[in-house]
Ligand binder design. Structure first.
Ligand code: SAM
Length: 193
């Protein structure tokens, strides 16, 4: 749930690192609900979030997941990591970039069933995006799923369009939807391994 405290921290970190945080506030609760639709939480699993920010997505995963599951929040921003460490005792925080985190996640928790990635794709280099997609593919179990989410208007950005082309090359099945439950609306790209 978004609180005044996490909204203030988010805005503060956006002012300090606008190109890396790339949003003035966390995702809305209604959007998080849309994002997690269809994710199975009945059996134990490993759920990873790249770019957890103040943890609205990871906190909801912790709330829904079974006792034997892991929720791993990957976030390079130190202030967000300090915040995340106090959100939910079941959340495992890795204070690093997504592109560096796979080995540690595999070693500590095993392969991921689902990866959620709300990253500033339109502001990242194409090399970094390509590494993140490949690392995510390698981190997932054979029938795992990567869900990318970002502002829907970024779909008009040529770099994001090229990213979607490379997603089609790396993953076997993908489809894109738009959630209007956020300001601005969000695109969700589901990528099946
Ligand atoms: C738009 S915010 C999304 C935050 C959160 N997922 C949400 O929905 O409210 C993007 C987040 O990605 C993080 N980030 C930026 N580059 C990253 C990278 N290479 N690896 C992992 N996280 C990154 C930022 O620090 C920021 O917390």
């Amino acid at each position: 749930m978004r609180t005044h405290e996490d909204q203030f921290l988010f805005l503060n970190e956006f002012i300090r690192h606008p190109l890396r945080v790339a949003a003035v506030q966390p995702s809305s609760e209604a959007f998080v609900n849309d994002l997690l639709a269809g994710v199975s939480f009945e059996k134990d699993g490993v759920f990873v979030e790249y770019g957890a920010g103040t943890g609205v997505v990871s906190a909801e995963i912790c709330r829904r997941m079974s006792n034997g599951s892991f929720c791993v929040a990957v976030e390079p921003n130190k202030s967000f990591c300090d915040f995340l460490n106090n959100v939910d005792s079941r959340m495992r925080v890795i204070c690093d970039f997504a592109e560096n985190a796979s080995e540690k996640i595999l070693e500590l928790y095993g392969p991921a069933d689902v990866i959620l990635a709300g990253l500033p794709f339109s502001l990242m280099s194409e090399e970094t995006i390509s590494v993140i997609l490949k690392e995510a593919k390698n981190l997932l179990v054979s029938d795992g799923e990567l869900r990318l989410f970002f502002y829907a208007h970024s779909l008009l950005v040529p770099k994001v369009q090229r990213m979607l082309d490379s997603v089609f090359e790396v993953f076997s099945l993908t489809w894109t939807s738009v959630s209007w439950n956020n300001i601005p609306p969000m695109a969700v790209v589901r990528c099946l391994n």
